[in-house]
Design a protein. Structure first.
Lengths: 245, 245
């Protein structure tokens, strides 16, 4: 195991940061790493907005579901899936943008996630900690208004980056034999894998919370996929020019 | 700039590989890195299928639009957005899976891309080269049949991993000032940035193809977003239990 793999395996989300700004120079390096990621058909559908304005940071922290580290982290970036720029380029060449194509949305969202994860590894290699903020999708219209996003630009998630002021444990993952398969999708051991992981997570939560948190993965999944999440999302995306056909 | 950042910045896709298998031990490390990525609400919606079966590899190479390296790379992985496993877990707890929720699809696809990019950095840190294969989405139904994917499991992309047998140049990216913004989405310099990049890409293609390839980014974008891509995608996803509401 080399040092890069060691670094990647040591990831845990950081939600408490020292009050130290992440310098512009470091951010330039992180952004360059984001840009170096693979991109589908070279579309480069990622736009990154750094929010320095303290009042906007406070508002985003609220909109994300009261996550104070959105305001307090050394830097906060909003990663947007951007089809507006390819649209401009297409029109520059006399083309007509194909609005609302589902595949274009998939391309753009995938691009953004690849780019962001590159930036995350770069940040962690510099001793910084990170936390993804999917909570921005709680209020995508308000976030879009706050950041003046044009149609065809979707705030996929935020990213807190900063100097860690906590040292949490690494969270266990599903057994590798459950998520990594050979030649086809066989699910004969699926329930066993889930049960094994449930036990592990129960112990993990118990030990971290002195027995207070009694939960396991399958219970968490029931809470998550046993109801619609952000049920406004499809209509929001359509309104913003995505996902119409 | 540290060695991790240097590694990330040196990425280019590899499409020609030496006929050397990637060992199971290396793959275990790569998969562990995939699993270490952040995951939304701990859903871990990533299932990775390694395809070793030579006839399946050949078929996937065809389905991806005649990309021979899908068959010849030292390893080939299919990254799937998997809501089937969370569904099983939910039902194990007596819950009813909320089918076709758009936000769940976004969560799952994002999870997969973060995981894959971790695996990519790990692979590249070991001297391996990679190429993402979005072309699997040319024929998602056939790919799903070939790999016995249940409903709620979507093959987002493939990944070739292997020992490079070529040394291509790094492709230039859009100007950082175009993709990285402060506090809000301002597009005053957008067209300038695109034009500047167009010039750069024209020179890049000319020098790589001895003047044969005459293209630029905005022309490529016209070809890509000036028409619907994979127009069957929305119906396919609905049929597979995604994206219905």
């Amino acid at each position: 195991m080399n040092s890069v793999i060691e670094l990647i395996k040591s990831h845990r989300s950081i939600r408490k940061f020292k009050p130290q700004i992440v310098s512009d120079q470091i951010l330039q390096d992180i952004i360059a790493c984001c840009q170096a990621a693979a991109t589908s058909s070279n579309i480069q559908a990622t736009t990154i907005i750094q929010v320095k304005d303290p009042s906007k940071r406070e508002e985003l922290a609220q909109l994300a579901g009261e996550q104070p580290y959105v305001a307090s982290a050394g830097a906060f970036l909003v990663f947007c899936a951007d089809l507006y720029r390819p649209k401009l380029a297409c029109e520059m060449q006399g083309g007509t943008f194909s609005e609302g194509n589902t595949e274009h949305f998939i391309i753009a969202a995938t691009d953004v996630a690849l780019a962001a994860q590159n930036g995350v590894i770069a940040a962690e290699s510099l001793g910084l900690g990170i936390c993804y903020i999917g909570g921005l999708r709680n209020n995508p219209q308000q976030v879009s208004d706050l950041l003046d996003l044009p149609d065809q630009v979707f705030p996929l998630f935020g990213l807190c980056i900063g100097y860690p002021d906590q040292d949490p444990q690494i969270k266990p993952r599903l057994p590798v034999s459950t998520v990594f398969k050979q030649n086809s999708y066989t699910d004969v051991n699926e329930l066993d894998g889930i049960k094994k992981y449930d036990e592990q997570m129960q112990n993990y939560y118990r030990s971290r919370t002195a027995g207070k948190k009694q939960s396991c993965w399958s219970e968490e999944m029931k809470a998550l996929v046993g109801k619609a999440s952000r049920p406004f999302m499809r209509e929001f995306l359509k309104k913003r020019g995505f996902f119409m056909k």
